[in-house]
Structure formats: C-alpha cells, structure tokens
Design a protein around this ligand. Structure first.
Ligand code: GLA
Length: 378
C-alpha cells in the first residue's frame, strides 16, 4: 500500500519524498452504540483498512491538498466552501498549529469513505498525529484524541462522543478497547473467535438526516437527564440511571424509550466483554441482535436497508447475530459469522438485497489493527 501511495505522491509533487507518512485506521464498534455521549461504555477497535496521509512543508506560497480517492484537490485553506474532507484538514491545522505554513498533503488508502467506519475521524486523527510529528510536540495520544473529538464537534457541528477518536488513536492489534466514556479509562480486551469472524456489510446508503437526527438524539438524552435529575439530584447522565429509576419518573414515551435503550445497551457492553472472554460466541451473537432491536425500535436510528441486512443475517444459520453499527441511518451492519460460511452467505445476501433495493451491498472483512501511527520517515 505504502509503495503505491508513494508513487502517487511522486506523480503529484515530484521525487522528493514526503516528510511524514501516517497510517490512520477506520474503526468498528462491536457494541455500545449511542452510549459514548451518555458517559457510558463502548467496545470499539481499529481495523486494518486505513487512510494514509503523506505530508511535507511546501516552499510554495499556498497549500496544496489532494484527496486522491475522491479525485479532488484544494489550494486555498480557511474558507467556508471547502469540501468536507478539506474542512477536517483545515480544522486540524487551525486547532493544532495554525502557523505551520503551506503544506503539501496527499490522502489515499483502502478505507471505504462514508460507510460509517469513521473515515472522517481517521482523517482528523491522522492529521493531528502528522502535525505532532512535524512539530515534535509532546502531546499524548489521549490529548490528540480529545482534541480530535473537539474539532469534529466545533468544525462539523455533530455532537459526537469520544469513541471514534480514542479507538483510532489507541487501539491495539487483535484487541478491542473497553472504554468508559465517563472516566475515559480503557482496557484492551483480547479477542479470539475460533472459527468465527466479524464481518461488515455496507448498505451503501447514507440517509441525509444523519447529522440532525444524531444531534436530536443527543438532545433528547440531555432532556431526559434534566427531568430525572429533578427527582434524583445526583443524576449527571443516563449512565447514572437504572430501569427502576425510569419507573419512578415522568418522561414522555419518546424520552422513556431513548433512556431505556441507553441503559440496556450499557449493560450489553459489559455482558459482551464477559461473553468474549469466555469464548461464548452464541451469547455474543444474541447481544448483537438485541442491540439492533433496541436501536431500531427504542432509539429509532435504523433504516430499511440496515433492517433488511440484519433480518437476512439473523435468519441465516451460520450467522450468530447482527446489528447496525455507528450513528445509524445507513452505513454498515456488523455480524458474527462462521468463517467457512462467508462465501455462501455473501452470494445469498447480495441476491436478497439486490432484489429489494436494486443494488448490491459491499462486504468488508477486517482484522483488528493498531491505532494511528507514523510508518516511516523519508
Ligand atoms: C458516531 C459518533 C460516535 C458515536 C456513534 C454512535 O460514530 O461519531 O461518537 O456516538 O456515532 O455510537
């Protein structure tokens, strides 16, 4: 991958190699959806599919940034008409090192874009690691992850949590990260599935209300907390709420459903860790499917394409469980499947999905990989 991307660099910027090359991975989340901004638990990991960021200071008077896989380029930073990918780069520079001067940047890789596996966080986080390396500053990966999350909230306006940035910055190969989004403490959970594997199925749709609906969910959770706090003053977030407490407060049906989902999902994260540590794949599968049911009916962030894939997977004998992954309204389903069944499953799934929606889904097999890192100095 690196050789191929270095050739692209050469074609755009000439034979002098980039000063820094960063590999910044996508992230999956096994379970714990919409819990991060509720100070709950999540269980993400980085995947081997990654963005590569090649970067050098430029002697020209202006920036020159290239998103090779999108076939787009930008030469003027700091204006509001930048394409989204350039806004992330611009935001990282503005928050971390605004006086760094003109940069040559090439972004390329094998990470699917817009598939709900956090290509945007991979870009912001990768840029921050690149800038830190260029300036030899002493910020830790945790500092950079927090800054990355702030940049996404302030530059793009999505009220996201910290899951994506923590996983992208600090994951370890072969491990998931059990992250407590309240204390920000995390531990690595080794995963051995013995004959089974995770697989992503990309719906290839992204319904356009994703940002406003996502923010609305975050607002609904804060509203529920406000109301619960008036009776239970120690409540800081839905993390402090139990199902018994929910029975004692007067919430609207919608706020009740949102809160119930978050409470149950937090519990599922801890049960998933136990299941994985005991190699109990059947229980792991059941937890995935229960999570989807909650995301669909209580939290209402699914869509027909995701539901179709989850239904299909759940009726397939060698799939142990499946659920939508990430913010929702499109993106990927994650499922736990018997290794030897993958090829047949793909064929039947393509047929069923294409019959209903007129186009084929995409399958992404992945391994749990390392977080963002510098891969060589030319
Ligand atoms: C998006 C956000 C994350 C998290 C998930 C839902 O990926 O970026 O912070 O809230 O949605 O779990």
């Amino acid at each position: 991958m690196t050789d191929q991307i270095l050739k692209r660099w050469d074609a755009y910027f000439g034979p002098q190699q980039p000063e820094i090359i960063i590999r910044s991975p996508g992230r999956v989340n096994i379970i714990g959806e919409h819990t991060d901004y509720n100070q709950g638990w999540v269980l993400p990991g980085a995947i081997n599919q990654s963005l590569y960021i090649l970067i050098s200071k430029s002697s020209h008077p202006t920036h020159h940034w290239i998103a090779h896989d999108l076939n787009e380029e930008v030469k003027t930073a700091g204006n509001s008409s930048l394409p989204d990918w350039a806004k992330y780069i611009d935001g990282a520079i503005a928050f971390y090192k605004p006086d760094i001067g003109p940069l040559h940047i090439l972004i390329s890789g094998d990470l699917p874009i817009g598939a709900g596996i956090s290509s945007s966080s991979a870009l912001v986080c990768g840029m921050l690691v690149a800038l830190q390396e260029m300036t030899a500053s002493s910020d830790s990966k945790v500092d950079l992850a927090r800054l990355g999350s702030r940049i996404e909230r302030e530059v793009i306006g999505v009220q996201g949590g910290i899951m994506d940035q923590y996983a992208i910055m600090m994951s370890r190969p072969g491990h998931l990260m059990l992250l407590d989004c309240r204390s920000k403490e995390f531990q690595y959970i080794k995963v051995e599935l013995k004959g089974y594997q995770w697989m992503l199925i990309n719906t290839k749709v992204k319904h356009n209300l994703i940002e406003s609906d996502y923010n609305q969910r975050a607002t609904e959770c804060s509203e529920a907390v406000e109301i619960i706090r008036s009776k239970f003053p120690k409540t800081e977030s839905l993390r402090d709420v139990t199902l018994n407490i929910l029975n004692e407060v007067d919430l609207s049906e919608t706020l009740l459903q949102r809160s119930r989902f978050v409470i149950e999902e937090n519990d599922r994260v801890l049960r998933m860790v136990e299941a994985l540590q005991k190699h109990d794949v059947l229980d792991a599968g059941r937890l995935l499917s229960a999570s989807h049911e909650g995301l669909k009916t209580l939290y209402e962030v699914s869509c027909p394409e995701l539901d179709h894939l989850v239904d299909f997977a759940n009726h397939y004998k060698d799939v142990l469980g499946a659920r939508m992954m990430g913010g929702g309204f499109g993106g990927c389903v994650i499922c736990l499947i018997k290794e030897e069944a993958v090829v047949n499953f793909k064929n039947s799934c393509i047929e069923s999905y294409t019959d209903r929606f007129g186009f084929s889904p995409e399958f992404i097999l992945f391994e749990l990989g390392a977080g963002a890192e510098r891969i060589c100095k030319a």
